[in-house]
Write a new protein. Structure first.
Length: 155
């Protein structure tokens, strides 16, 4: 085995700390958000994600395929999620009149109300888990770092 192969087999300590810290924080924050939203508002973090995505969409509706891409879930998972939200009266589905094969998911007034009620809980968990633990400079630097690592790779 060449030394070049061994070099790529394991992450360095610095690489591991950066990656593990990212994963640990994300998992912990997502778990805390999900628990707080379920307890206070009877919705999961995934359901909140669908509602906030629809809230920010033009006319508060999206094609199911686009909603699936924006929320980053499988098509079957999205169908099940929207079905639950539809049963709860928070989302409605309609056929696209221009393309009868497509469906739109749209936020209902009840969905808008639930999102407005849940948003302060969501934001407080984020502030507790992240914002209040960092200085303004650290928060700005973290935002800059995520802009850098989230950017498309240079070719």
């Amino acid at each position: 085995m060449s030394s070049g192969t061994a070099q790529h087999e394991y992450l360095t300590e610095m690489e591991f700390r950066a990656w593990h810290g990212c994963l640990s924080f994300a998992n912990s924050a997502m778990s805390a958000l999900d628990a707080a939203l379920r307890q206070a508002h009877s919705i999961s973090l995934s359901e909140f994600d669908v509602l906030i995505t629809l809230y920010n969409a033009p006319n508060r509706r999206l094609r199911m395929s686009e909603l699936t891409q924006r929320v980053l879930i499988t098509a079957s998972g999205m169908t099940q999620l929207v079905t639950r939200l539809e049963r709860g009266g928070l989302v409605s589905r309609t056929v696209d009149e221009a393309d009868r094969r497509s469906l739109f998911a749209a936020m209902t007034d009840a969905g808008d109300d639930r999102l407005r009620e849940a948003r302060p809980t969501h934001n407080e968990v984020i502030r507790e888990r992240l914002v209040h633990r960092l200085s303004r400079q650290q928060l700005a630097a973290l935002g800059d770092l995520w802009d850098t690592v989230g950017a498309l790779p240079r070719r």
